[in-house]
Design a binder for this molecule. Structure first.
Ligand code: UDX
Length: 430
């Protein structure tokens, strides 16, 4: 099929390259000429395992990028993968989505025959139906349900495994009231579903929109719950990880997302939970459990620093920060727990020396004045304390490097360091 994807950010590029891999002809539309040129030259505009190979293989061929919306008329289905950033109150800003829908609608006004528009971006319930569909209909002059069909198809891609997650999903959600859109989505995903045991969920647009938020809110709240349980465990000298392993054996709980520690970050959980809270408040519902999930998440970096305080006064002293990205396997520092941890250390007048295998440059934008070094060993040397914020595998191998610390106090926010003789080790929840 001929597909177009509007937006070549994280989701748009991944989806476009994966659709090309499934055998479709894909046009990726973006306003940024440098990104467009890059994709056509076979280079991925974002770093994601497996994506470089796909863009190198199909870029400029089955996968074409352009700034020209008119090429969309040669396609059968358009996916809208534009950003929905947070406003100050947590609600999502639909500016880019509305502008994209307007341009797309204007382009479709010149197209003979029908067209299916699929919202891929994360939007609150009702957005597709009440905001985007009317814009598309008005601009295109097409009639909804006749020659214009609208659907919502959320993504569940994790950073660091987005290509793998796309090609091997556990579910694919088609949210639409239109039979034409459902049929076309089945045709788009057929090459994937033919080789997969993924469940296909056919539902309404509003349900599809909510499924995405519910998915992320559930997972974030699950982590906050294990963090809360972990905090209680710590006070009672109970190993929260042994408790988590045991409760995870109950199928109703499940073994994943039970790692307690310094909390969740990234581009999705914080933004999506905030948007859901804002959406609930907008209809005068106070989502107290979601608010508590955020509160617990905000508390974990403070608890980590309190533990450090209980062993060493860090004022004027060098403190090592191990890990800066919001999780291992990525250089993304958006909402990383390292940010409040470093802020807390700076409030205490500590001299922060940080190390991350890939994320230091990105963190430099937040904290240009702290010291960044090239190895975990270098950050530990002469430090009066170390805090572990990201569970990079390489930290598990650290051993005699701790001997070079001035005060070998290690507060581990991710249970990645081995407890050993010669260091004062504090696990955040164990
Ligand atoms: C998440 C969702 O998993 C994905 O489906 C959605 O589309 C986008 O948001 P991502 O942000 O890439 O993906 O990260 P994920 O691997 O889910 O981890 C999120 C955060 O939770 C990280 O900061 C991670 O360190 C933390 N986490 C996760 C825990 O603290 N404990 C756990 O047990 C699991």
């Amino acid at each position: 099929m001929n597909l177009s994807i509007v937006g070549s950010g994280y989701v748009g590029t991944t989806v476009a390259a994966c659709f090309a891999d499934l055998g479709h002809n894909v046009t990726n539309v973006d306003i940024d000429e440098s990104i467009v040129a890059r994709i056509n030259d076979g280079g991925a505009p974002i770093h994601e395992p497996g994506l470089d190979d796909l863009v190198a293989e199909y870029g400029g061929d089955r996968l074409r990028a352009t700034t020209d919306y008119d090429t969309i008329r040669e396609t059968d289905v358009t996916f809208l993968a534009l950003p929905t950033p947070s406003r100050d109150d947590g609600s999502i800003d639909l500016g880019a989505m509305e502008a994209g829908a307007r341009s797309l609608g204007a382009t479709l006004a010149e197209k003979d025959g029908d067209h299916v528009v699929v919202v891929k971006s994360t939007v609150v319930p009702g957005t597709t139906e009440e905001t985007l569909a009317p814009i598309l209909a008005e601009e295109s002059g097409k009639a909804l349900g006749e020659d214009l069909h609208v659907a919502m198809n959320p993504e569940f891609l994790r950073e660091g495994s987005a290509v793998e997650d796309f090609l091997h999903p556990d579910k694919v959600v088609f949210g639409t009231d239109s039979e034409t859109a459902t049929e076309r989505l089945h045709a788009v995903f057929e090459p994937l579903l033919d080789h997969s045991d993924a469940d296909v969920v056919e539902t309404g647009t509003r349900e599809a929109e909510m499924i995405k938020y519910a998915n992320n809110a559930f997972l974030a709240t699950k982590v906050s719950l294990v963090n809360e349980l972990g905090n209680v465990c710590k006070e009672y000298d109970v190993d929260a990880y042994e408790v988590a392993d045991a409760i995870g054996l109950d199928d109703r709980i499940g073994e994943q997302f039970l790692r307690s520690g310094v909390g969740w970050g990234g581009s999705c959980f914080p933004k999506d939970v905030a948007a859901l809270i804002a959406a609930a408040r907008a209809v005068e519902y106070e989502p107290s459990l979601l608010e508590a999930a955020v509160e617990v998440n905000d508390k974990q970096p403070k608890r980590l620093l309190d533990l450090l305080d209980s062993h060493v006064d860090v004022a004027g002293k060098q403190v090592a920060v191990l890990g800066l990205s919001f999780k291992p396997g990525t250089d993304d520092v958006r909402n990383s727990r390292a940010i409040p941890v470093i802020e807390g250390l700076l409030d205490r007048n500590a001299e922060v020396v940080a190390y991350d295998p890939v994320a230091a440059e990105n963190m430099r934008e937040h904290f240009p004045d702290i010291e960044y070094v090239n190895s975990a060993a270098a950050t530990l040397e002469d430090a009066h304390g170390a805090v572990v914020v990201t569970d990079w595998d390489e930290f598990a191998a650290l051993d005699q490097e701790f001997d070079a610390m001035a005060d070998a106090v290690v507060v581990d926010g991710r249970r990645i360091i081995e407890r050993r003789d010669g260091i004062t080790y504090e696990g955040l929840t164990w």
